[in-house]
Design a binder for this molecule. Structure first.
Ligand code: ADP
Ligand code: MG
Ligand code: MG
Ligand code: MG
Ligand code: MG
Length: 636
């Protein structure tokens, strides 16, 4: 969504007073939108990726790598083309949470031709080059899920210092200057989430206990200016973090798909849900936080805690007085309910929602499943409101709805068509961590898009109880989950009959078995994708590109290739200056990021991460002849 609303942010007291106003009008706006658009039909498959990047500044004489806080300057340059000629750009650029981050998407969504798979990587390369051209000497754009020393001593360029007693974060580690300030949204969210919670956010990740770490591991926070609150929140033998920036300052890879109608959007939303933890484990890329090696491989729980605005009452630590509900998850978390009729029987987690809102939605002709989904999203207060946007025309505007919707950051998002646009019902797939190279990111994107086609064409059913998906989310983030963990998955994804005991419908598989198949037991996602592809007639280059992507996914899943997280661990622990103390020093960080940059620019090869063949046949555009003649247009 990029620039959601612009204007003057209200302070927390003002925002809080208007929270019922936003909810009330947000629901009315949704009802109006739904009535207008529920019967919308015939939209075609369109889809697009979002890649988030970090700006890194190398200093080769001092051997340091720091985040460069200059995203705003580059963003305004990058957006100039779009402002002048919005329908003719090959890329779109948006601000992100960090003052060192930017987000890039293709200029237009892709469509239903197989040949589009051959354009994805070239477009990612184009974006990277387009931004890279603007940078200062020593600056590099990197698609890294987390900057390893984010929040460690001296990690920004220019230098900035944490401010425990003023500004939005009040962090002992994360300076306010590291928050993007070209748009008020990010600092406003930071301040309001902290204010609503009544204290700083708290993130504790188990530290990796290497041989020379002094146990118990406990930092002296008082020397950093702690008044005792952090001391209380920090857990022993954990890496403690205390700011929204530690989570929202991470980068990810997202995908959005347009469905032909609302029903198909519900189906996709549901069917992709069990794949979220699987893809999270496969794309795991963030074992390092605040300059330490941790015992987790993914960012997910870090972001979840980093925007956890629930009060102590809502978290169940105190009896309810001021607040209405006990809420079991942060507003950033995995989804809590399926939306399709087929999904209903797998909704086994009690949903929390306001009965009055639920009833109002039902009374307006919205079915129970969608009503409970919306009512559940609307248990949250707005945490970012702009004075210009308070009064709205509920028949046309959807800002209040979007306000709550877009601050429920979940694994999947059900996106209604925006008002006054030609865009249809869409779903967004949000779990993936971003990879180092465009090749890997393109592979993941194309794999997930192909899965959606396979699911729809073969009418697969991947649904398992929501509680099991939640269990899988926890497993996915564990160190080396691809190799070591098993995941709940549907026994027979080709079976659509719904009878018998749900417990018999799923069992535990390794990622290898889920992706590559298990002889006589489970067909495997890739064999299904291949069978789907064999019924179509891709041109030679596209075929070759897709097969390279599929090979990468297969090898990551089988453990033949390392996940990004495992590879990162390996690089740090074998560094000559690593002292087996779980610390990533400036020099180790510098060498690691240099090597990542060399891999990304093809200066060095990295077969343990990428496999033998990464030569690209990807092209910048789909040839015109092909857009007309291609007979392998993806059935829809
Ligand atoms: P958000 O940040 O809210 O998820 P963005 O605008 O950053 O949204 O990204 C949306 C993604 O959806 C982009 O990849 C874009 O190419 C893609 N997209 C744009 N229009 C459509 C459409 N009609 N159907 C599907 N995807 C679309
Ligand atoms: Mg976006
Ligand atoms: Mg983003
Ligand atoms: Mg983000
Ligand atoms: Mg998005």
């Amino acid at each position: 969504m990029g620039l959601l609303s612009e204007g003057s942010p209200l302070n927390w007291e003002e925002t809080k007073k208007l929270s019922d106003h936003v909810r009330k009008h947000g629901i009315i706006q949704f009802i109006n939108l739904y009535k207008r658009l529920r019967d919308r039909e015939g939209d075609v498959l369109k889809w697009g990726d979002e890649v988030e990047y970090i700006l890194v500044k190398f200093n080769d004489s001092e051997k340091t790598a720091k985040v460069s806080l200059r995203a705003e300057k580059y963003l305004s340059q990058l957006q100039e083309k779009e402002h002048n000629d919005p329908s003719n750009v090959k890329s779109l650029w948006r601000p992100e949470y960090g003052a060192y981050m930017i987000e890039g998407t293709p200029g237009k969504p892709y469509g239903g031709l197989l040949a589009h798979f051959n354009v994805v990587e070239a477009n990612m390369q184009y974006r990277r080059q387009e931004a890279t051209k603007l940078l200062e000497p020593g600056e590099v754009l990197m698609s890294l899920t987390n900057f390893p020393r984010l929040g460690a001593d001296d990690f920004t360029d220019p230098p900035a210092f944490p401010a425990p007693y003023f500004g939005p974060s009040r962090s002992l580690f994360f300076p306010n200057e590291a928050i993007f300030s070209g748009h008020p949204r990010f600092k406003t969210l930071t301040r309001n989430i902290r204010s609503r919670r009544g204290e700083k956010v708290a993130i504790n990740l188990p530290i990796y206990k290497d041989k020379n770490i002094k146990l118990p591991f406990k930092e002296d926070l008082a020397t950093l200016g702690d008044d005792g609150t952090s001391e209380k929140a920090a857990k022993e033998n954990h890496v403690y973090m205390d700011a929204m920036g530690f989570g929202m300052g991470c980068c990810c890879l997202q995908l959005t798909f347009q469905a032909c109608n609302i029903e198909e959007a519900r189906t996709l939303y549901d069917q992709l849900t069990p794949l979220c933890p699987i893809m999270l484990a496969l794309t795991a890329a963030s074992p390092f936080y605040r300059g330490y090696i941790t015992d987790v491989d993914c960012r997910w729980n870090v972001i979840s805690c980093s925007v956890d605005c629930r009060t102590a009452e809502e978290r169940g630590l105190e009896p309810l007085k001021e607040n209405k509900f006990h809420i079991n998850k942060s507003r950033y978390d995995s989804i809590d309910s399926y939306l399709s009729e087929q999904g209903d029987r797998y909704n086994d987690v009690p949903l929390i929602y306001d009965e009055n809102i639920f009833k109002q939605l039902l009374d307006n002709g919205i079915d129970r499943l969608l009503s409970q989904h919306i009512a559940h999203l609307f248990i949250r207060d707005t945490v970012s409101l702009f004075s210009e946007k308070v009064q709205q025309n509920d028949l046309e505007d959807t800002d209040h709805f979007e306000n709550i919707q877009s601050t429920n950051w979940q694994t999947m998002r059900f996106k209604p068509p925006p008002s006054n646009s030609s865009i249809g019902w869409r779903v967004e797939f949000r779990p993936c961590e971003v990879q180092i190279t465009d090749f890997e990111n393109a592979a993941i994107v194309c794999f997930v898009v192909l899965l959606t086609r396979v699911i729809l064409s073969y009418k697969l059913n991947l649904l398992i109880p929501i509680s099991k998906v939640d269990e899988n989310m926890a497993r996915a983030q564990k160190k080396d989950a691809v190799k070591l963990e098993k995941f709940w998955f549907k026994r027979d994804i080709t079976c659509n009959t719904q009878q018998g005991d749900i417990k018999d419908e799923f069992t535990e598989y390794s990622i290898d078995e889920i992706v590559n198949g298990k002889e006589g037991t489970f067909p495997g996602l890739i064999p299904l994708v291949n069978s789907y592809l064999s019924s179509m007639d891709a041109d030679a280059d596209t075929h070759c590109t897709i097969q390279r992507y599929i090979k990468l996914i297969q090898r990551r899943a089988s453990g033949e290739l390392l996940t990004t997280a495992s590879w990162l661990r390996q690089e740090v622990t074998k560094h000559p200056e690593y002292r087996r103390d779980s610390i990533i020093s400036q020099k180790i960080n510098y060498d690691l990021l240099k090597k990542i940059h060399d891999i990304e620019t093809n200066k060095v090869s990295c077969p343990e991460l990428l496999g033998p063949c990464t030569i690209s046949k990807t092209s910048e555009t789909v040839p015109v002849a092909m857009t007309k003649a291609e007979n392998c247009s993806i059935p829809h």
